[in-house]
Each structure stands twice: as C-alpha cells, then as structure tokens.
Design a protein around this ligand. Structure first.
Ligand code: IMP
Length: 426
C-alpha cells in the first residue's frame, strides 16, 4: 500500500494537525519525519483540545502505530513530558509509540546555543522557537551529534557528551559570554530518560518496511512548512530541516516511490511566526483583526503570528518542490465576514511581474504583491457539511485558489472541531 504524505505548503501553522487527524482515521501507522518540539499540532476531539509537539497525531486514535522517525530531533525532556501529559489524559502512549534509534537528541546546550546565537544576531535574529532545533541539526551534519540509540550505551554516551561539552563550553565562554554547562547537568537527567524511553526505541526502518509490505496504510506527518525548508524556504529565515516531500523519505527510511499521495495544507490566508519576508503581510490594524478572529498565536511559543493574504506565488513553490497531488484549505471560516478577499497572484519587482518564488531573500523582500480581489461571501460557513452547500462566492474563492496553484483542492476546513471539515465534491 503506498504511503500518504501531509506537508505544510506555506510558513507552517497551516492547520496540518486537523488534516492529519482526518486522514489518520484511514491510516494504520503515522510517522513524524523532521523537525522536533518546535512543532505544535493542534487537534480538537469533542470539546477536548490536544497540542502535539513530538508525538505523531495518530496517538489520539486507539490502536494506531506512531513512529518518530530518524529525521526528527528528539528532546527527551519534552518527549517524556508529552508522554506523561497524554497518559494523564487517559491515552496509552507507550503501547502505540516507537522512536527511531537513529533520531538525533537535543541537549540543553543546544537550547542555550540557540538562544545565545539569536541574542547575538540582535535585530537580525531568525525568531526561532528556542527549542535547540538548529544546533541539534548542526551537530548531526557536523558528525558530532548524539543519537537516541546512544543513550543506552553508558560509556560511549558519557564520552560523547564530554567531547560536545568541551566544544560548546568554549563557545559559551569565549564567544557568547554566557554560563558554561557541567557534565553533571547533562548526565544526571539524561541517564534518567533512558529507562523511560528504552522500551520505545527501535530500528523503525524494518517496522515501516513490514507495515508497507503488509498493506498497512502509512501516513507521513510533516511539521513546519515548505517556505521554512532549509533549502527551499526564505533562507536564512527558515527552520533547520526539510519539511518537504524529499525530507519525508530521508527522515523516515520510506522509499520515495512508496509515497504516492502528497497532500499540501494551506491556510485560506497566510501566517508566519518569527522573522523573514512575508510579501502579503497586512498592516498592523487589519492583521490584528484577522489574528483575533483566527486565534493566530503560536501553539509552541504563544507568539502572535504575522498575518497576510493568500500568496499563490509562495504556494506554487510548495506545489513544485513537493509534487502536491492535492491540497487541503483550512480556516476558510475566518474570512466569512469580509466584503472582498485579496489573493496574491504574482509579485512585482522593478516593473516586472514574477510568477515564480524568488530564491534570494533580499529579492523576496523587495517584491510587491499583485492582488486579484475576489468577492466575499458574507455568511457563516462553520455549519456547512457538504461542498454543494457552501456559499457561491466561497466556492468561487476555493476554485480560484485551485486555478492559481494548479492543484485540486480536496478538503476544506471551516472550524477547529473534528467534524468541521468537508471533502470537496461531497
Ligand atoms: P526553529 O525551527 O526553532 O529553529 O525556528 C526557525 C523558524 O521557523 C522561526 O521563524 C520559527 O518561528 C519557525 N518555526 C519553527 N517551527 C515552526 C512551526 O511549527 N510552525 C511555524 N513556524 C515554525
């Protein structure tokens, strides 16, 4: 059975949690493949709200297998906290969760480095989540990282921590002028995590191979979004991983040819947390209005999200690099009250119209959006349960997006609850 991938097609926070939750109903195995505790996937079940940071959203369904893949960076403190949180809410996490022994571990020195680096950048800071994501991936690619499987090898683990601390402390002392970290600060808590986690840690590659061979339905759960991809996003204002389709294979061990369906998730408008260009960003007052209606505050950091109109240029980049086979549009209901809804169809730069997203961040910053203004529908869509019952202008809006990005919209979400979602055509 081919796997399905859900990928963010903007700057993260597209409402992936909701779409993944819908598709999980038809899946057997859910796999996270990149990012770490910087993610925050919100799912509402009945009146209960769940926010998942590291654990795949499949945990909210009994009997599904959940995998934290090799491409994820795992902060054991956050993972244990999350496991306990969900256990406290009656979810049998440990029977349903597997963690790749190849996944890299985030340590407190990564978080300190993340904070120190951001502070040093001053006005030019990226606006990271301070979860140590960038420094953990830097160590991975610098070949000095420590993997989840290493936590169980006492002697080797101590040596690896020692070597890392030597280097990090030199940076803290000499360059960032912040407190150093002691070996005990790390070893104490990290020794205690292993007994908690060892039952979950395994080689997830054969697990996923066997699941696919047995015809199980595998769902890959992307975090962040395409425009935050370290290559395809607005570098350097990006995260440190590959949220994109290519990253799904590298971060899970599932071969690319096993991934057939690629669902891109977009919000009906655009948001972004942290610094970096957002070409369709609204002026402060208008942004505040939409932010309040859309409850646009970060699920991990609580920071207010920046808000803009739908940007077809940015989403077309996501279509291209992910090979999206369909698109889910979320939060359409947030636009219900508007007289007209602008959509960015191209960028203008020095009198020229650009239809492709520019690679250089300076160029993106210098572009002005070219808008098409679509008529609003001025009626509530929250209660609509069939595509045919949507107001004509709301259908027109979705159809316009579809034409602009060249991919079929298959799902429209009109509220945070599980049932506030419609399959297009139904
Ligand atoms: P980092 O991933 O913490 O290094 O942050 C890098 C950039 O990605 C910052 O602009 C963050 O705000 C952004 N970011 C990271 N994770 C998420 C997410 O899950 N949703 C939205 N933005 C994110």
């Amino acid at each position: 059975m081919p796997a399905t991938l859900v990928v963010g097609a903007q700057w993260g926070d597209e409402g992936k949690g909701k779409v993944i939750d819908l598709l999980t109903a038809d899946a057997d195995v859910v796999v996270r493949y990149q990012g770490g505790a910087n993610a925050g996937h919100t799912v509402m079940v009945g009146e209960e709200t769940y926010v998942l940071h590291l654990i795949p959203s499949g945990i909210l369904y009994p009997g599904k297998t959940n995998v934290i893949g090799n491409g994820v960076v795992v902060d054991p403190a956050r993972l244990v906290e999350e496991i306990d949180h969900f256990k406290g809410r009656g979810i049998d996490v440990e029977r349903q969760l597997f963690v790749s022994d190849l996944a890299h571990v985030t340590f407190p020195y990564h978080k300190r480095l993340d904070e120190a680096r951001e502070a040093k950048r001053g006005h030019d800071r990226i606006g990271t989540t301070h979860q140590g994501i960038g420094p953990t991936y830097s160590d991975k690619y610098g070949r000095v990282g420590i993997r989840v499987g290493d936590l169980g090898d006492e002697a080797g683990f101590v040596e690896k921590v020692r070597r890392n601390l030597e280097e990090k402390n030199a940076f803290f002392r000499e360059y960032y002028h912040c407190p150093e970290m002691s070996e005990d600060e790390i070893l104490g808590p990290y020794r205690a995590y292993w007994p908690r986690l060892k039952g979950l840690v395994c080689d997830t590659i054969p697990l996923l191979r066997d699941a696919l061979k047995a015809g199980k339905r595998v769902l890959l759960e992307g975090a962040q979004g395409t425009l935050l991809d370290v290559d395809f996003g607005t570098y350097p204002y990006v995260s440190a991983s590959h949220p994109t389709a290519g990253g799904a294979s590298a971060g899970s061990g599932i071969p690319p040819r096993s991934i057939e369906r690629v669902v891109g998730v977009v919000k009906a408008y655009t948001t972004r947390v942290g610094a970096g260009p957002l070409p369709t960003e609204l002026p402060a007052e208008d942004a505040e209005r939409l932010r309040i209606v859309g409850r646009e505050y970060g699920a991990t950091t609580g920071r207010p999200r920046r808000v803009g109109w739908f940007d077809a240029v940015a989403v077309r980049r996501a279509v291209d690099v992910n090979g999206l086979t369909e698109v889910a549009v979320t939060k359409l209901d947030i636009l219900d009250h508007l007289d007209e809804v602008p959509v960015c169809v191209a960028y203008r730069h020095q009198g020229r119209e650009l239809v492709d997203f520019p690679n250089r961040v300076e160029l993106v910053e210098a572009c002005e959006p070219v808008y098409r203004r679509l008529p609003g529908w001025k009626s509530e869509t929250k209660g609509v349960r069939r595509w045919q019952d949507f107001p004509e202008n709301a259908k027109g809006y979705i159809e316009a997006l579809q034409t602009l990005i060249g991919v079929r919209v298959s799902i429209v979400s009109i509220g945070p609850r599980r049932n506030e979602i419609v399959r297009v055509g139904s």
